[in-house]
Design a protein around this ligand. Structure first.
Ligand code: SF4
Ligand code: FES
Length: 684
């Protein structure tokens, strides 16, 4: 209630006027300090006493935008701030240009967010993407002079590169076919995720209908298994009494938000908890620099997300669903709200869903802002009107989530896969993975989306068979169409959190035959399929005596990355996320890594002392390395050893003591510089 009310005041005025806060405190009967406590935490809120500027331009300073020159735009002496100062003086208006964290438009870097107070009615903000400095100067000047700014770049008018551009287009459903499909979707992306588009069906929530039909045929309602039941008995129980839930197990659908937790397990755990107050929360906060796939799903296929939330709710016995979306995705928020209304009209959402007697309302929760809200327990804190700081776990959210009740928290893409799995079965999804034609044993399961930005011909959002290689994604004609700007230098395979992986990763010379066999045997203890693949991979791409691993040969599979870390003992843990940024030719690796480190410092919530102080210390170390190098006096010898030791110690401390993943990954960018790109500390 508090966060959402503050968000609407911020949206209306562009800041939080004192008068409005006092009125709100009176109305909802809370002391002012409660409002201050929350509003002072989130970067998306601006208090009146900070004097909000009349014209404000925020330039994304992160990852791909940094690669595409946002630092020059933000330069205090030569960039847009100089013009802002001139305009302030000439027009008497306060005009300000500052940096902001990733805006989720990394495929069109640099991205810029502009507001003018008071904002014209029906305009949330103007977003400009991939514009020159001159264009942005004109935007600022026009607004300061009270003229209309140049037309912005809304997401709905942009057709990103997707599989559809490469001959995989699907025909959008015919809007005249069914009365409930009166809003035809935006052009399809050519993904098999888009089950309705692919089948040319009206978007009529038939996966929900399938489940409610199943319920209506039962003589007795489905009840969760007894608490003590486990192992094979539990599996048999779910297969027999909750077969559509079992499809998620067959699909082996992993969470697409980063951690890759099995979706079946989360839903099962929540189903087994006592109801009726259980919740489903869709995490649409997508703030990891380099990630923008959920932006596309939410805008072009909101029906899949709403349907996924309803399915999760009905299947786990939930009472209500929430879709938490970052506030910078205002078009997506609008699309979701319209979609929820459409679902209600057709009886798929709200009261008595498809006549089943089951109720399940869904609503959108607009994020107050801040990267840390993407951390699932911080997101829940924000939804409960507290500062968005991650919780200590256990207890887990599946038992003590929203309002301290069992809660399923899933990423947008994870939920969007659910309708297709319910309709076509888990096998069908699993079969979508990559497999070796010559040996069907060598395979992966499932499909997923990746956001690719940086030095490729066609940055965009691509759905791939899990197990496709990084090389095929970057150079394949069906996907990014080639690396641009020179030979591949490095890849950020998990936004900034995995640091920078070199095109060729050095391999420990002690990785002999015995170590290989041990590594494969260890994997086999858990999965024959994974072990078979690792055996084949090592034989094919890392023959005995090989000194380096070609990154382009590595398959896009989270579990494989984990196994590879275990087998090859990389100096820094390699990670795979949904955001991939490619660096080619001559890019200053140290500068990029310092930029990544600054991002974590800026976004640390400050709850853990080691993260709060350690992230700042890491920035200082990185900036010192740059200053020394640029002044022609790079660190070397004992001094360089000292830097390596400091980074190692900070890494160890943060990884042992941090409450959430941000502290764990904050040192990784600099650690990868030390492990792979030490030459970038010597010369540009
Ligand atoms: S690790 Fe950092 S971001 Fe995470 S809870 Fe601690 S201080 Fe906050
Ligand atoms: S919009 Fe700038 S890095 Fe994402």
């Amino acid at each position: 209630m508090i966060v959402q009310r503050l968000r609407s005041i911020q949206n209306e005025f562009g800041f939080l006027p004192d008068k409005e806060l006092k009125e709100l405190a009176r109305e909802i009967d809370v002391p002012m300090y409660r409002l201050e406590e929350v509003s002072s935490f989130f970067p998306g809120f601006r208090l009146e006493r900070t004097d909000p500027p009349e014209v404000e331009m925020k330039v994304c300073r992160d990852l791909t935008c940094h690669l595409r020159g946002s630092a020059a735009l933000l330069n205090e002496k030569t960039g847009l701030p100089v013009l802002a100062a001139e305009l302030s003086e000439r027009t008497g208006k306060s005009v300000c240009v500052e940096g902001v964290s990733c805006l989720g438009r990394c495929d069109r870097a640099p991205a810029v967010w502009v507001e003018k107070r008071p904002m014209p009615k029906h305009v949330h903000a103007w977003v400009y993407c991939n514009r020159s400095g001159k264009d942005l100067e004109e935007v600022l000047t026009a607004l300061a002079e009270d003229r209309d700014p140049p037309a912005p770049d809304p997401d709905a008018e942009y057709q990103p590169h997707t599989n559809a551009n490469r001959g995989y287009a699907t025909t959008p459903p015919d809007p005249k076919k069914k009365e409930h499909d009166e809003h035809p979707p935006l052009p399809a992306a050519g993904w098999s995720l888009d089950v309705y588009g692919r089948q040319k069906w009206p978007r009529d929530y038939r996966a929900v209908k399938r489940f409610t039909d199943y319920l209506s045929k039962l003589i007795r309602p489905i009840v969760p298994p007894p608490r003590e039941m486990g192992g094979k008995d539990l599996e048999t129980y779910v297969q027999r009494f909750h077969p559509l839930l079992w499809e998620l197990k067959t699909a082996n659908l992993l969470g697409m938000g980063g951690a890759g937790a099995p979706t079946y397990q989360k839903w099962l755990d929540v189903w087994r908890e006592q109801g009726p107050e259980k919740y489903v929360v869709c995490n649409g906060d997508e703030s990891e620099p380099g990630t923008f796939k959920d932006r596309e799903i939410l805008l072009r296929m909101p029906h899949l997300v709403v349907e996924g939330v309803i399915l999760a709710g009905l299947m786990t016995g939930g009472a209500a669903g929430y879709i938490f979306v970052r506030h910078e995705y205002h078009e997506q928020i609008h699309a979701l709200r319209e979609e929820i209304e459409r679902a209600k009209e057709m009886g798929a959402c709200g009261d008595n869903i498809f006549g089943s007697g089951r109720d399940f309302p869904v609503e959108v929760f607009e994020s107050p802002g801040g990267y840390i809200c993407g951390e699932q327990s911080a997101l829940i804190e924000a939804m409960e009107d507290r500062r968005g700081q991650p919780r200590n776990r256990p207890p887990e959210l599946t038992t003590n989530g929203l309002r301290d009740r069992p809660t399923v928290v899933n990423n947008v893409e994870t939920l969007a896969w659910a309708p297709g799995i319910v309709l076509f079965g888990g096998d069908k999804y699993e079969m979508g993975g990559w497999r070796l034609a010559a040996d069907p044993k060598i395979k992966f399961g499932g499909r997923r989306l990746f956001s690719v930005s940086g030095d490729v011909a066609r940055p965009g959002v691509y759905e791939v068979a899990v197990g496709l290689t990084l090389g095929e994604l970057f150079t394949g004609d069906k996907y990014c169409g080639g690396i641009t700007g020179g030979p591949l230098l490095a890849v950020a395979a998990s936004g900034p959190s995995g640091g920078l992986l070199p095109a060729k990763i050095p391999v420990d010379p002690k990785f002999d035959e015995k170590k290989r066999a041990d590594a494969v045997a260890k994997i086999r203890e858990r999965s024959n399929q994974d072990a078979d693949f690792m055996e084949w991979f090592l034989r094919t791409y890392l023959p005995m005596g090989a000194k380096e691993l070609d990154l382009l040969k590595v398959p896009l599979d989270l579990t494989f990355f984990r196994h590879l870390n275990g087998a090859l003992r990389f100096p820094v843990e390699a990670m795979l996320g949904a955001a991939i940024t490619v660096y080619a030719g001559k890019v200053d690796m140290l500068d990029q890594a310092v930029n990544y480190t600054e991002f974590y410092r800026n976004e640390s919530c400050g709850k853990c002392v080691p993260c709060r102080l350690g992230s700042q210390k890491l920035v200082q170390i990185g900036q010192d390395l740059m200053k020394r190098r640029d002044s022609g006096n790079p660190v070397s010898g004992a001094e360089a050893d000292g830097v390596k030791k400091d980074v190692k110690e900070i890494t160890k401390t943060l990884q042992l003591t941090s409450i959430c993943g941000l502290g764990y990954v904050a040192p990784i960018p600099l650690a990868t510089i030390i492990a792979y790109f030490m030459d970038s500390t010597q010369k540009k």
